[in-house]
Design a binder for this molecule. Structure first.
Ligand code: AMP
Length: 181
């Protein structure tokens, strides 16, 4: 089913070369968010496969995953749970390290936010190498919950993240692709 007949999502994503460092083509989705049709088209397309899915929570990854995940959770009538960078969540947390190009970072979830048997939809704006999404997957699985699917507006398939996630048994839903990194 193609729900995008009237709206070209890719056209509203701004590309900023050499940000945050030389060689990176930063896909700036804030220009899509700022457009009322763009924000609705992206939200609708992310959630339509899950309209009648058996889900308990939407989990969004800081920070752009909060904007999309919040809208998706609201539309699906589900609660929203944040995954944040280390040190930002006030309650007891569980954490997961992941490798960046230079060094290691950590993401966290509240230890009591989701529990055994919960069914989760994971949301972020973009998947590149998949490091962030894999760390989120580990956190959700450590909590005892199942990731029913993960969805992203943008896939950078040359960086292999969506493939890695699929190889870990996750159903991955993405809206548009850009070549390269
Ligand atoms: P990764 O862990 O490599 O899959 O990177 C995904 C995370 O980093 C997402 O939260 C994105 O928002 C951000 N990101 C990585 N690469 C880009 C890019 N080229 N343009 C915009 N955001 C990016």
């Amino acid at each position: 089913m193609d729900l995008r007949k009237g709206f070209d999502i890719a056209r509203y994503i701004r590309t900023i070369p050499d940000y945050p460092k030389p060689g990176i083509m930063f896909r700036d989705i804030t220009t899509l968010f700022a457009n009322p049709y763009g924000f609705r088209a992206a939200t609708d397309e992310l959630l339509w496969p899950y309209l009648s899915a058996d889900l308990d929570y939407v989990v969004g990854i800081e920070a752009r995953g909060f904007i999309l995940g919040g809208a998706v959770a609201h539309e699906l009538g589900l609660g929203f749970v944040p995954i944040r960078k280390k040190g930002k969540l006030p309650g007891r947390t569980i954490g997961q390290d992941y490798t960046l190009e230079y060094g290691v970072d950590t993401v966290e979830i509240h230890a009591d936010a989701i529990t055994t048997g919960d069914k989760v939809l994971l949301v972020d704006d973009l998947i590149a190498t998949g490091g962030t999404a894999e760390a989120a997957l580990e956190l959700i699985r450590k909590s005892g919950a199942d990731v029913i699917a993960a969805c992203f507006v943008v896939d950078l398939p040359d960086l292999g993240g969506s493939k890695k996630l699929k190889n870990k048994g996750v159903n991955v839903h993405t809206l548009i692709e850009f070549e390269g990194d």
